[in-house]
Write a protein of this length. Structure first.
Ligand code: GLN
Length: 488
């Protein structure tokens, strides 16, 4: 049962071949077996899951089933869930139990899904290997004996979904946190257009970049999850009213004489990637050509400056967003001698090293001496990148690029902060521009590990992005069934 996709599971639930309770039981059993080893959940919610599943079965019996009724998912532990601990993988929120439900998790409740638990992540979503989590890093189920990273920051979600500890789930992507982990675990991860999914009730990292999105094993599944989680929300002033509603299977955007102009970013050609990545990326381009894609070279002149701009803007916003954790209203509080001392002790003990680094950088670039030279300059680069993408989309319909340079690295890789930051090279520009980008498996490397490539689109071309991703998925044809990935 664990190998079913969401699309397949829904069919079986509808026909009565399986029940939501059975399906949920299967996932909970597997979490019981492998959850500790993979460390992909911070909190498992078995009672809630069984109650959700029973309610789903009742709706199926009554003929009132909801769009995703009975589908067991994991929710990144950045989305506030009423009555269920929401930690952001930080000691600061270790015991925080929200009294409200985030819009995205509420939409999943409204769609009938079953909540298995809250998935692990980098602390406050700051990181690339999920190693900054206060609860320790999740493990990649591929070649598990090697203890590879499942990526970050949504690494708990990718670890869980790739191993069959959830059928699908949510992530958030501020600079690549859905796409990078999905790429190295053989999954489909979609960063939708900024504003398509509400940020309300999602612990804030960098508000102008934070983008909730789905992670799943197939493109169709990702489209189903995105349909559930997107939609206008009056509680988020940046929320769009465009909405997203896909019917699956998604219809082909190529083949049968259809053509499409597909752009390749010139500046990325100078970036070093593994031989496997190069080979698979080119192979998929040849495949797309064979069904009618016309390849054009496009230029995003400042794209290699995106990293520098991101690592100024994101920490700046984070330093402001995280100022609220001061031990006064909620979260950790460590009593000091006076007010200032309480702030200091609470924040020193509550935040991990990487989060502190970001707040120091963020505060520095916003200081009066640095604001003009760093923050404003980064804001200008951001504007230029967004404009260049708009221009590029006059020459092409969609753009392709790698999701990362290579396959999953060992969790104990000893990288400097700057080396971690550099891993985001292929992903941050899309956040700066607010445009949709989906990472889809493009094949297996020689070492047997999965690689991903991105399909990037104009604002609100999310459906087209997924449609092209589906062609790539079909050509790549990797087997990401959890029992195959885990060998059990
Ligand atoms: N790796 C990036 C960072 O550390 C992206 C994180 C994210 O998208 N949440 O900021």
């Amino acid at each position: 049962m664990i190998d079913l996709t969401i699309t397949e599971a829904l069919q079986k639930l509808k026909s009565g071949e399986i029940s939501a309770v059975e399906l949920t039981r299967a996932y909970l059993d597997r979490i019981e077996k492998y959850g500790k080893e993979l460390n992909c959940y911070i909190t498992v919610t078995p009672e809630r899951a069984m109650a959700d599943a029973a309610a789903s079965d009742a709706r199926y019996a009554a003929g009132t089933a909801l769009p995703l009724d009975g589908i067991p998912i994991g929710m990144k532990d950045l989305f506030a869930t009423r009555g269920i601990r929401t930690t952001a993988a930080s000691r600061m929120l270790e015991n925080f139990v929200p009294e409200y439900e985030s819009t995205v998790s509420q939409k999943f409740i409204d769609a009938g899904t079953v909540l298995l638990g809250k998935t692990n992540l980098d602390e406050f979503a700051m990181g690339t290997f999920s190693k900054t989590s206060y609860f320790g890093a999740p493990v990649n189920p591929w070649q598990m004996e090697k203890r590879l990273t499942a990526g970050g920051s949504s690494g708990g979600a990718t670890s869980a979904i790739a191993s069959g500890l959830a059928i699908g789930g949510t992530g958030t992507d501020t600079g690549g946190s859905i796409r990078f982990p999905s790429a190295i675990t053989g999954l489909v991860g979609m960063k939708p257009t900024y504003g398509l999914c509400s940020r309300w009730g999602c612990v804030a990292f960098a508000s102008s970049l934070d983008t909730p999105g789905p992670i799943a094993r197939t493109v169709d599944d990702a489209a189903l999850l995105l349909s559930a989680m997107a939609g206008h929300d009056p509680k988020d002033s940046t929320s769009s009213d465009k909405g997203f509603n896909a019917t699956v299977p998604l219809s082909p955007i190529l083949g049968d004489g259809k053509t499409l102009r597909v752009g390749i970013i010139k500046e990325f050609a100078a970036v070093e990637v593994s031989a496997d990545m190069k080979r698979l990326f080119n192979a998929r381009i040849e495949d797309l050509k064979s069904i009618g894609a016309e390849i054009v070279e496009v230029s995003i002149p400042n794209i290699l400056d995106a990293l520098a701009a991101y690592y100024i803007i994101a920490p700046a916003e984070a330093s402001s967003n995280l100022a609220r954790y001061d031990g006064m209203k909620y979260g950790l509080r460590i009593e000091g001698e006076d007010l200032i001392d309480t702030y200091k002790k609470t924040r020193a003990a509550g935040f991990g090293e990487e989060v502190q680094r970001r707040m120091i950088v963020g505060t520095a670039v916003l200081s009066s001496e640095s604001y003009e030279v760093y923050f404003m300059q980064a804001a200008r680069v951001r504007r230029m990148i967004a404009d260049s993408f708009n221009k590029a989309f006059e020459q092409c319909d969609l753009i392709l690029c790698p999701s990362g340079a290579g396959t999953a690295m060992p969790l104990d890789s000893d990288l400097t902060p700057l080396e971690y930051y550099a891993l985001d090279l292929f992903t941050v520009a899309m956040n700066l521009a607010g445009i949709p980008a989906c990472s889809v498996p493009c094949g297996l490397a020689e070492n047997g590990l999965p690689l991903g490539m991105q399909v990037v689109g104009k604002r609100f071309d999310d459906l087209k992005v997924l449609q092209l991703a589906k062609h790539i998925e079909q050509f790549a044809g990797i087997d990401n069934r959890p029992t195959k990935v885990m060998g059990k």
